[in-house]
Design a protein around this ligand. Structure first.
Ligand code: UD1
Ligand code: UDP
Length: 360
């Protein structure tokens, strides 16, 4: 069986690694990695290949940054000849980024089966570009691997045949479980590097709804700067957000916050594990904090990962900055919601996916 894995953006790499490793145990499976080049900075891409032990991509489409339509179209145009040449038996796509939907559309037209890893997640919010990607990818995919049962329910409601759906658990958590000991070994050096000698909070923000509009971004930064009076805050800053802060001259609103470049997986995992609170709008970070049972405050009105709220340590505060301050205060008073770990988030999702694929 010949498989192509398509990845392109930071959150894809933690998802492909366990599937690649698990399929590596089957001699009859030949695997090809296609990197679209959606993310290309060393600390948004290469560092994850090194740290997660992912082989170098066989093909890099080098599409880079562009508008949604241009980026999606360019991936399609450059991926189609790869599929025609390689003639894979199946293409695996991950998560909800533009690379995911673009590759899926190409395969659907070429009648190549697609398996979607992390299928079925829905925020119900079509202003989110990722929601469009999820809806289209899941309608076209032939095999749908969901991280939790809410995913199965969403897919069944949308008319997807039950036999295509497999609830396999959360593949990102496989990577976390495998690399947690390595991450932990880096903690003393990180403490020194970022001067983290008491409790601290960790921030990630990159959703267009939070960072693209200067008044919203300014309000968030000013609020976080207030939080930093009582709790040191470290913000490894996504390139999109860095650009917006500089472009709109918002740096001065956040002078108490310690900024740094985006971090590698191991550093960021260690920093999550030791944080008193993580403030985020990332999908993956909501899940990782749930597994780590670290309090997470999500600056979004909705989440496609409701299990992190219903079962895990996640709290949605939306755009309500008063609520954000109240929740941080509650956590600092020792009243944090720690939650529990959802079913099948056990580090073995890659194995389950591989055995289903192998049995086809
Ligand atoms: C993308 C995904 C989002 C995911 C996020 C993870 C889509 C629609 N969005 O958003 O779902 O949560 O990745 O990080 O697929 N840039 C760089 N260097 C890079 C990559 C990007 O400087 O290596 C800058 C560019 O200016 C670019 C901007 O960041 O225009 C946004 O990049 P893009 O891939 O379009 O979207 P993200 O916001 O990263
Ligand atoms: N991450 C990282 N370094 C950082 C910020 C995040 O390694 O500086 C990891 C994080 O641990 C998680 C993944 O990136 O595994 C989440 O990706 P991101 O937030 O970019 O995308 P999303 O999950 O929102 O689509």
């Amino acid at each position: 069986m010949k498989l192509i894995h398509v990845v392109g953006a930071r959150p894809n790499f933690m998802k492909v690694a366990p599937v690649l490793h698990a399929l590596g145990h089957y001699d009859a499976v030949r695997q090809i990695i296609v990197h679209t080049g959606q993310h290309y900075d060393v600390n948004m891409s290469d560092i994850f290949f090194q740290q997660l032990g992912i082989p170098a991509p066989d093909v890099n489409l080098e599409i880079g940054s562009a508008s949604h339509a241009q980026q999606t179209a360019q991936i399609m145009a450059r991926f189609e000849p790869v599929v025609l040449e390689q003639k894979p038996d199946m293409v695996l796509v991950y998560g909800d980024v533009n690379s995911t939907v673009a590759a899926t559309l190409v395969c659907a037209k070429l009648l190549i089966p697609v398996a979607h890893v992390e299928a079925g997640l829905r925020s119900g919010d079509r202003t989110m570009p990722e929601e469009i990607n999820r809806l289209v990818t899941d309608q076209l995919a032939d095999l749908l691997f969901t991280p939790s049962v809410d995913g199965d329910q969403n897919l069944l409601r949308e008319g997807i045949a039950a036999e295509k759906i497999h609830c396999v658990g959360n593949v990102m958590i496989d990577t976390l479980v495998r690399l947690q000991p390595q991450a932990e070994a880096l903690w003393p050096a990180l403490q020194t590097r970022f001067e983290l000698h008491s409790s601290y909070g960790l921030i990630t923000l990159h959703r267009p709804s939070n960072v693209d509009e200067p008044s919203m971004l300014g309000t968030i930064l000013a609020t976080l700067n207030d939080v930093a009076k009582d709790l040191p805050l470290l913000f490894p800053i996504h390139p999109r957000t860095r650009q917006r802060i500089h472009h709109h001259g918002l740096d001065k609103l956040a002078q108490r916050i310690q900024f740094c470049d985006p971090l590698g997986y191991l550093d960021f995992l260690a920093l999550q594990a030791h944080a008193s609170v993580v403030l985020t709008d990332s999908g993956g970070v909501q899940e990782e904090t749930t597994y780590l049972q670290v309090p997470c405050i999500t600056l979004r009105e909705n989440t496609e990962r409701p299990v992190t709220v219903d079962v895990g340590s996640n709290i949605l505060v939306g755009r309500d900055m008063e609520r954000l301050l109240e929740e941080v205060a509650r956590i600092l008073q020792g009243e944090a919601k720690l939650g529990a770990i959802p079913p099948l988030w056990d580090g073995r999702t890659g194995e389950r996916i591989a055995s289903i694929l192998h049995a086809l």
